[in-house]
Ligand binder design. Structure first.
Ligand code: HEM
Ligand code: SF4
Ligand code: SF4
Length: 620
């Protein structure tokens, strides 16, 4: 078995997340320098960069695109890996919960990026996202109104997109920082070889299939096919296959289930305990603890040491690495081992008694990590289980050899794949003398073996194959399979009505005396009782009734504007369209009507917009 730290990508998914974030940030800054923040200029500026400067600007754009796709993939694989390892329970709840929050930030950052390009995909995504938010009918008018006609999409809206596409990733970076706050010696840089391999793969995909825009955004028609980036935009087709409300329920349910997973109870092993009588406050345990569960605080027992160790039980993984690091964890000639810190459930004294009980003459002794998944026992060896390879103080190796063991092995998960992250690495360093406490220099090194479980699938050939498959998936899923926003021979009819119905009681004009009696800031010329009539809307297309409803006024007092936004996929063809909107459901109420024959070609998007100030019912 090898002692080389694993450089397999699946052992560094968190670090790869950080690495990809920097790749995306660096390429994004370059793109931004050439980006025109206006509706009219955005598409053209991205096109110019991709075509005229394809050899650098185009490659940067592709790196930004594929790096972002890889970022999602890596985050989801990281989630899956931690999920399968059960790493959502107990002390890990904090990393888990902040990881779930990260997913929302990743998607928000990426999706807005598509809107900036303002091609048909960006326009489709922005409209779909607006329709999703409109499921809440928030009162300020449907969000989708900002995307329905060319006049609706303004440069100000584009400035908002840019603000979001910079602001949300910055917030994402902050949450990434919070995510690793309960983890010591965090692996935020992948091994150099892995980093280069990932960067090389991204460059290769960028050159093989440069990221390109779809046609420029257009109103009034949907293309038969859209080259969607399925890594980010999968939720839009899902919403159209179900409904905005269902997508909200799915997103909320998935988030809540993931957030609730840490509540699944499993008996938590007792946290490490400090034995103040033996603790000298040296700090080795605090430095070696993988989960920042130990602090050094001023001495409380009056002894001549400055500090003492204190364990925060709720952060403790009960891995025992601290016991392995404590210089006082040495088996004495007589009497029990009394380390400054120890695990109540698997104390070092209990391990020492197992050594004492074992008949070690000419036998090998194996100290085996409990979490090691594939034992490779030495024939006839005596095996003693540890919580983690890092739980073993080096003095115990010396002790076992002195008790007659022919050889001593320590087995565990490989550095990089250790259940408690750092145990295997610390053990190696303690034995080779680069980390305290050192193995006694007189111990015969040839009688000591470190046997790290090497995951069988880390052969180089398999890693290369994984990179090739990942590259192919990136290049493919980033554009394919194309999405058909409408069925064969279908057109889309969208209806938007935002209008305040007639007041239930007409307003009364105040007299000059009444006005004078009021405070100056309350002198509105009219006094209106709250409450409005519903707004009746009827729409018929080709003799078929699409809508026949009375829209309730919004607001708690029921005196806000009534709102409606609906979309219908309809069979294409020439049809008579009749629309009627009234201010109240009573004869004689003010009403608008329009009837026309419309030609709905396949893919045509007809927007029926009610704007009384601009002539009433508009067919756009
Ligand atoms: C942008 C995405 C993410 C990044 C950059 C990231 C980064 C990291 C890093 C650097 C670590 C420490 C690894 C180590 O040193 O051993 C870590 C640990 C962890 N992450 Fe993430 N993470 C991300 C998303 C997620 C997600 C989505 C989840 C799950 C919901 C998650 C759950 C965890 C857990 C449970 C740990 C602790 C592992 C342990 O204790 O051994 N992370 N993450
Ligand atoms: S390593 Fe041992 S002696 Fe040092 S601070 Fe921790 S418990 Fe105390
Ligand atoms: S048992 Fe592990 S997690 Fe707990 S204090 Fe010791 S080293 Fe830290």
């Amino acid at each position: 078995m090898s002692s080389r730290a694993s450089d397999a990508p699946w052992h560094h998914l968190g670090a790869l997340g950080f690495f990809l974030f920097w790749v995306i940030a660096a390429s994004g800054i370059y793109l931004f320098a050439f980006f025109d923040t206006s509706v009219a200029g955005a598409y053209a500026s991205v096109e110019r960069l991709s075509r005229e400067q394809w050899w650098f600007g185009g490659v940067m754009r592709s790196l930004h695109r594929y790096g972002s796709d890889a970022f999602v993939a890596v985050a989801l694989l990281h989630l899956l890996r931690e999920l399968l390892a059960g790493h959502f329970r107990g002390f890990r709840w904090f990393s888990w919960a902040t990881g779930v929050v990260l997913l929302w930030f990743i998607y928000a950052s990426g999706i807005v990026g598509y809107w900036l390009v303002w091609d048909r995909v960006g326009q489709f995504s922005a409209t779909a996202a607006a329709e999703w938010f409109d499921a809440f009918a928030l009162g300020a008018g449907p969000v989708v109104r900002n995307f329905l006609t060319p006049a609706d999409v303004s440069d100000r809206l584009f400035s908002l997109f840019v603000f979001l596409h910079i602001g949300v990733p910055l917030a994402l970076l902050m949450v990434m920082w919070v995510h690793i706050q309960r983890i010591a010696h965090t692996d935020t840089n992948p091994p150099r070889a892995l980093g280069w391999a990932v960067l090389g793969t991204l460059f290769a995909v960028s050159l093989a299939r440069p990221a390109q825009s779809d046609a420029a955004a257009a109103f009034g028609a949907l293309p038969p096919q859209l080259p969607l980036d399925w890594f980010y935009l999968f939720a839009h087709p899902l919403m159209y296959a179900t409904s905005p409300a269902v997508l909200w329920w799915l997103a909320a349910a998935a988030t809540l289930v993931l957030l609730a997973l840490p509540l699944i109870a499993r008996r938590r092993p007792a946290a490490a305990r400090v034995n103040l009588a033996r603790c000298t406050g040296c700090g080795h345990c605090a430095h070696d603890c993988p989960y920042l569960a130990i602090s050094l605080v001023p001495r409380s027992d009056g002894r001549a040491f400055l500090r003492q160790a204190v364990v925060r039980a709720e952060q403790c993984a009960a891995c025992g690495i601290c016991a392995g690091s404590c210089p006082t964890a040495v088996p004495p000639l007589r009497g029990p081992v009394q380390p400054g810190i120890d695990l109540p459930a698997r104390a070092l004294q209990a391990i020492r008694e197992q050594i004492d009980r074992a008949n070690l003459e000419r036998r090998a002794l194996v100290f085996g990590c409990r979490h090691e998944r594939s034992r490779d026992p030495v024939a006839g060896a005596c095996v003693i289980e540890l919580e983690c390879a890092g739980q073993l103080p080096p003095s115990f190796l010396d002790y076992a050899l002195r008790r007659g063991a022919a050889a001593v092995s320590v087995t565990g998960c490989r550095p990089g794949a250790c259940e408690f992250r750092l145990g295997a690495g610390w053990t190696e360093q303690r034995i080779d003398g680069t980390r305290e406490p050192h193995l006694n220099a007189n111990v015969a090194r040839e009688r000591i073996r470190l046997q790290w479980w090497r995951p069988r699938n880390t052969a180089r050939a398999i890693q290369v194959a994984v990179f090739i498959v990942a590259a192919a998936l990136l290049a493919w899923l980033s554009f394919d399979p194309p999405y058909r926003p409408l069925g064969e021979g279908e057109a889309l009819v969208r209806v938007i009505v935002v209008h305040a119905g007639e007041r239930l009681v007409p307003c009364r004009t105040l007299s000059a005396a009444e006005l004078a009696a009021r405070a100056p800031n309350m002198r509105a010329p009219e006094e209106c009782a709250r409450g409005r009539h519903p707004v009746p809307v009827r729409i018929e297309l080709g003799g078929k009734v699409l809508i026949d409803e009375q829209l309730a006024p919004s607001g708690i007092a029921r005196d806000g504007a009534a709102q409606l936004y609906r979309r219908f996929a309809v069979a294409a063809g020439r049809k008579v369209l009749r629309v009627r909107v009234a201010e109240a459901p009573r004869p004689g109420a003010r009403a608008w009507e329009r009837e026309a024959e419309v030609r709905l070609a396949p893919g045509r998007v007809l927007t029926i917009d009610f704007r009384p100030q601009q002539g009433g019912i508009l067919f756009l």
